[in-house]
Ligand binder design. Structure first.
Ligand code: ADP
Ligand code: ADP
Length: 229
């Protein structure tokens, strides 16, 4: 469960030039794929196509062998989870912002994801702890804090495929490393991960695909890429 294939995908936004050209990529179930490339390369667009925010122009995207255009929205959403670049929180308590991903989560599960996403200090410093209202009308949080909440929310949901779109860009590198290690531990072997990132800080991904101007220009393990360059 959790195999993703992009097959010869071409895509243009409405009335725009083509952003992705004949792009093919495979993520094996339970593996980690890093999509690395500069700003504007098409990384975010790739993740949006996977969620069907837009449909491909040419080619197809398969999850576990099934064209995602044939998968009902609800089924697609249950198998996929994303930590986007800019997380928007609900005007609700911190706890409810987490429970959104899994309404019946136990207290222990909540504590576990808070620890893994390095949120303990945040919760401790909030006036009402987990009952503190956050979001536009509540306590304002930094970009990094919002990202950590989004990560905790996804860890609670545990979808078969986790997508991170520049999801750790607002974190310092030590926090980022700690959180990614915790996520890998959770994911180990049974959760596929797609990590879109400007920089190749994701050296231990099973596969790294370098995307430039909507095309995969190189792919392989970090070692293989180093050997080729
Ligand atoms: P819709 O989903 O209605 O087609 P748009 O395509 O206009 O919406 O935009 C979707 C998102 O992409 C918006 O958040 C918008 O700000 C952003 N966006 C629009 N154009 C660009 C662009 N050229 N580069 C990056 N982001 C863009
Ligand atoms: P990356 O995530 O690698 O920075 P994106 O996928 O966000 O790249 O963007 C790829 C290209 O698509 C850019 O040229 C960007 O301006 C354009 N783009 C992104 N979103 C939109 C949109 N909603 N409408 C039109 N163009 C967009």
């Amino acid at each position: 469960r959790g195999e993703v294939r992009f097959e010869s995908v071409g895509f243009a936004y409405q009335n725009g030039r083509e952003i992705l050209h004949n792009l093919s990529l495979t993520l094996s179930a339970g593996k980690t794929l890093a999509i690395v490339g500069g700003s504007g390369a098409g990384k975010s667009t790739l993740t949006k196509l996977l969620f069907r925010f837009y449909d491909v122009g040419r080619g197809r995207i398969l999850i576990d062998g099934q064209d995602i255009r044939d998968v009902p929205q609800q089924a697609l959403r249950s198998v996929l989870g994303i930590v986007p670049q800019d997380t928007v929180l609900f005007n609700d308590t911190l706890l409810n912002n987490l429970l959104y991903a899994k309404p019946d989560a136990s207290e222990q599960e909540i504590q576990d994801v808070i620890r893994m996403a390095h949120l303990e200090h945040l919760v401790a410093s909030c006036p009402d702890g987990l009952q503190t209202v956050v979001g536009e009308r509540g306590l304002k949080l930094s970009g990094g804090e919002k990202q950590r909440i989004a990560i905790a929310r996804m860890l609670l949901k545990r979808p078969a495929i986790m997508v991170f779109d520049e999801a750790t860009s607002s974190l310092d590198s030590r926090t980022e490393k700690g959180i990614m290690a915790a996520i890998r531990e959770v994911a180990a072997g049974h959760t596929a991960m797609i990590i879109a990132h400007r920089l190749s800080t994701v050296v231990d991904a099973d596969c790294i695909a370098v995307v430039e101007q909507g095309e995969v220009v190189e792919s392989g393990t970090h070692q293989a890429l180093l050997a080729a360059n």
